[in-house]
Each structure stands twice: as C-alpha cells, then as structure tokens.
Design a protein around this ligand. Sequence first.
Ligand code: HEC
Ligand code: HEC
Length: 350
Amino acid sequence: MQRFSRSALALGVAALALVAARQESLEARGGAAGPYGLRDMEIPVPPDNPLSPGRITLGEQLFFDKRLSKTKAMSCETCHVPEKGWTDGLAFSPKFDGSLNTRHTPTLYGVAYAPELYWDGRAKGLEAQIVAAWKGQMGADPDAIAKELDGIRGYRAAFEREMGGPPTGDRIVKALASFVRTIHAADTPFDRMEKEPRQAKSDAVQGFKVFSETARCTLCHLPPLYSDTLFHNVGIGFEKETPDLGRGKFLADAAARAGQPAPAEAETAKGAFKTPSLRGVAVTGPYFHDGRAATLEESVDLMVKGGIPNPHLDEKLKPATLTAAERRKLLAFLESLTPEGKPYTRPRLP
Ligand code: HEC
Ligand code: HEC
C-alpha cells in the first residue's frame, strides 16, 4: 500500500494515482492513512485543506523556496533540514533579523499528529502554526509574497490547478501544511523488526522492553508515535534562575488575554513542554527544548535518572536504574527508530 511520505513523490504517476485512490476513500472519513509503522494512526486533515498529491508537491516547492522570506536568503529548510531529521543541528537558530530563537528547533517528523504545535502548544493546528513561523522566523508579509509568486508562471498555474485560485497567503500556508503533514520517520528498522519473531533477541527489540517495562518511558513516549502529544515537566531548564515556564506560561497568558482567571493547569504545567516524538531521534540532536544535550546518550541518561528535580516534576517520570547492558539495548532501540539515511532530492522550483 502506498504511503504519504516524501518517497511517494519520487515514485511517479502510477504511485501518485494510488495515493489519490487511497486518499479518496479516506477523505470521506476526513483523514489520511498513516505510513508504515504508523498505519493505525490516521493522519488528521482539516476539511478545508484536503491532502492531494498536487498540493503536497506544491507545498514541497514552497518549503524549499527562499523567495518566501523577507530577506530572500532563507526558507523553511534553513532550520528544518531533511538530512538532519528536519532540524538544523543548532541549539538555537537565528531568525531572519539575526535574533536568536529562545527554544530549540524541533523535528518535523510526525507533526501531522500533534493537535497543538510548538513546544508549549500555543498554535492549534498546522495551518495556524505555519503562518506564525512564516512571519516570525522568515519575516514574511504574506500578501506581498503571494503577489510575487503570482508573477512566476509555474507557481501561478500550480496554484490555479491545485488550490482553486491564484497565490494568496492562505493558499500558500495550506499548501505548506499539506507537505509538512507527509513528513514522517516511518518504515524504520524497528518497525520492520518489531513483528519479526526472529528479531526477538535483538538488542533493539530487547531495548524496547527496557524502554516500556523497565524504565516506563512509554507513559509519555507512547508508541507508535513515541509521543503522547501532551505536555509534561521533566525539569529541563528548571534549574535556571528564570526558567522558561513553557505550557504553564502559555495557559496563564491565554487566560489573561481573555480576561479570565488562570486555570489550575497553568500552575501544574509550569515548566511543561510537549513530549517529542522519538522517531528519527538518532539524527535530531541537540536535544530538549533548550538544546542542552549534544548526544542521544546524554539525553537518555538524563531521562533515565528521572529528569531534573523541581516542585512541578511530572509524577509519571521516575528514576530507573539500568545495567550497562540494558542501557546499551535501550540506545539500540532508539537508534532503530530512525529511518536509514537516504539523500533527499530537493524539488525543482518554478
Ligand atoms: C529560523 C529558523 C526557523 C525557520 C526558518 C522555520 N522554523 Fe519552524 N520552528 C523553528 C523553531 C525554533 C520552532 C520551535 C518554536 C517554539 O516551540 O517556540 C519551530 C517549530 C516548527 C513547527 C512545530 C513543531 C512541533 O513539534 O510543534 C513546525 C510544524 C514548523 N516549525 C514548520 C516550519 C515551516 C513550515 C517553516 C517555513 C514556513 C518553518 N518552520 C520555518 C525554527 C524555524
Ligand atoms: C513524564 C513524561 C515523560 C517520561 C516518562 C519520559 N519522557 Fe522523555 N521527554 C518528555 C518531555 C516532555 C521531553 C521534552 C522536555 C524538554 O525539552 O523540556 C522529553 C524529551 C526526551 C528526549 C529528547 C528528545 C528530543 O528530541 O529533544 C529523549 C531522548 C527522551 N525524552 C527519552 C526518554 C526516555 C529514554 C525515557 C524513559 C527513561 C523518557 N524519555 C521518559 C517526557 C517524558
């Protein structure tokens, strides 16, 4: 069965027809099929932005196109590099004006499944998040850029064909969201080994036991996405003098803006951040919302010892003691959740 992934685009017209056929039956239910390893998880798609191969292709071009930025020197790819698991290897990335982000660039793997985007979940849905990123990270004036794209014949035709009209800020965001929804770390070695009886004694499969049973990481890193898409305080940054209060601050600010008292969760969610999906984790370093851990080993050791103690620490996170062999297997499991590195073919731009 064809899947919605980057590789689907490379397979040519026949495959795309298959995608379309599969899509048609799913559209009736408002979703799209998850790729291999995530089959049971239907990709939620908003009714006003149905996925189609044409929209995905157009969105991919826009993602890699520097003409979408104010400076014409950056694209979404500047911070979300496919070969780096759609991150950029930096703790904090510079925005279009040179100022630094205060949180680490997360991977785009599996973001289609997160109802709330950003580390603190302040954006509801990918479309809302992408318009914010486009303006905030790239300094875009959507109307002005839509007008520029309207002057490029290839884009104009593609927007008319796929989006039902000429480029507008809204249509650009929708096409980008369609593409981003197809970015998955699927068909990983672990996905293939998991159901294979002969692999039961492999380090990776044994490592999953350590992950789920011994260290109980699955309480938050829920398979098959290896994230519950919820927010937890594991203590990262809480040792700082003025910690980033993450989800708690967002909830308090949102209530204040609405003229309402802060909900109880604004207090308990102080220092809480979204559980990252661990698919692709071998290549998405540095780790955590402040990019503090340079290596996977370092980040895993920090989680295994129970995070960083603080008054808001999530009670699901308990320290575990692992033998050297268990630690090695746990790391082998996490490595095997990363797809084999294949060079990514950038799209040709109109
Ligand atoms: C200058 C670097 C930079 C650029 C350019 C950039 N991003 Fe990001 N992106 C970030 C950072 C940093 C975050 C996390 C911010 C936060 O959580 O507060 C982020 C978050 C995201 C997320 C949310 C991920 C999650 O797990 O919640 C998505 C999706 C995303 N970006 C897509 C895009 C798209 C699409 C573009 C192009 C329109 C783009 N980004 C351009 C740095 C960048
Ligand atoms: C209480 C929920 C919870 C539990 C239990 C938990 N994690 Fe996490 N994990 C998180 C959250 C939330 C973050 C992001 C924290 C931050 O950056 O502030 C995270 C981050 C990570 C990261 C860094 C990923 C990245 O892309 O930055 C790794 C690796 C990780 N966890 C592995 C584990 C392992 C291994 C275990 C079991 C020993 C575990 N976690 C248990 C919630 C949890």
